[in-house]
Design a protein. Structure first.
Ligand SMILES: [Zn+2]
Length: 331
């Protein structure tokens, strides 16, 4: 059994597809799977990891190991706007002068990604509005200084939409599936030759990707569940995720994650029917104790995504009480 903390060595997966594990500057997840597709013009890279020396070194060593020293990266396609996927984009783009490709929604969300101070101020207010006690607000809402591994981003050179096909030459392409939820700009890519799905963080083998409340997109949980349904309806088979090992049946994994969210929603309705709650009450109730502040923040964002989804579907009500959102039964 391989050590889950040590990235696997770069390897070829067949069909001119290769994978390089780029270590990440935190424990969970420990690395991101960068996929490399050979084309007649060079290489297309899907996701690049966070911007730090270990990640950059792993990418260059990986390309060397695969025999690609002389092959330029022509395109960097990023599945979504999280630093473990897009962080190194400025360095990759500057090094190879390649195209930087993302979904169109990134044009709207990159300014927020770039503005750490505004994001932190927003997060503190959000925590207070959702019942986090005043003494914990600075802890749960604090993001600290902007980490070096997420430099500021420029706009993509090319934006793509659902159904676009990114040409790989020789009648092969990557079909864009727009799969918002984990991030509003999330895309999966389906290889038109092999039907393999590059799933980013949309469908992961072992964990259920976090779904975070957004103030720009009204019901991110619906977006996510619809995007999972899409993978299920397309009967997606072989799936190459951005973290963890290859998934044999993407459609089955999407179905499992859907069931997880349906269970969680039922659980929340039952709690709210018993007693009025804030989102913070449910974080303390439903998640394991002693979460690190970063995980408490994610748990709060995910819980509000679920509760707001239920309120929008009129299964529960949301009422404001002295600036704090309380969720109550409609019965
Ligand atoms: Zn990720």
């Amino acid at each position: 059994m391989s050590d889950p903390a040590i990235p696997p060595t770069p390897r070829s997966l067949g069909n001119r597809i290769h994978t390089i594990a780029a270590p990440l500057p935190y424990r969970k997840p420990p690395w991101v799977n960068c996929y490399v597709i050979e084309t007649n013009d060079g290489l297309v890279l899907i996701d690049c990891g966070a911007d730090w020396e270990k990640g950059w070194g792993a990418l260059l060593d990986g390309l060397h190991h695969l025999g690609f020293d002389d092959r330029p990266v022509t395109d960097l396609i990023v599945s979504h706007l999280h630093p473990d996927h897009v962080g190194m984009a400025p360095r990759v783009v500057a090094h190879w002068e390649c195209r930087f490709v993302m979904h169109r929604v990134a044009l709207k969300t990159i300014p927020t990604y770039n503005d750490t101070e505004a994001t932190e101020a927003w997060m503190r207010e959000f925590a207070a509005n959702h019942g986090v006690p005043a003494d914990l607000v600075p802890i749960v809402g604090s993001m600290g200084p902007r980490p070096d591994f997420m430099p500021l981003l420029s706009e993509p050179d090319r934006v793509v939409d659902e159904g676009d096909v990114i040409d790989l030459g020789g009648a092969r392409g990557l079909e864009v599936l727009y799969t918002p939820g984990h991030d509003p700009a999330h895309i999966c890519l389906r290889d038109t030759d092999t039907a393999i799905l590059f799933s980013g963080d949309h469908v992961l083998p072992r964990i259920s990707p976090v779904v975070m409340y957004s103030d720009i997109f009204p019901d991110v949980l619906s977006d996510y569940m619809n995007s999972l349904q899409l993978v299920k309806d397309l009967s997606i088979g072989l799936t190459y995720p951005a973290h963890g090992e290859i998934v044999a049946q993407g459609d089955l994994r999407a179905h499992q994650i859907l069931l997880h969210h349906e269970r969680r929603l039922r659980e929340m309705v039952q709690r709210v029917e018993r007693i009025d709650v804030t989102a913070w009450n449910l974080v303390l109730d439903l998640f394991r104790p002693n979460l690190a502040p970063q995980d408490q923040r994610l748990a709060l964002l995910e819980t509000v995504a679920h509760l707001d989804h239920l309120a929008l579907k009129e299964e529960i009500s949301e009422i404001d009480h002295d600036g704090v959102a309380w969720y109550t039964s409609r019965r």
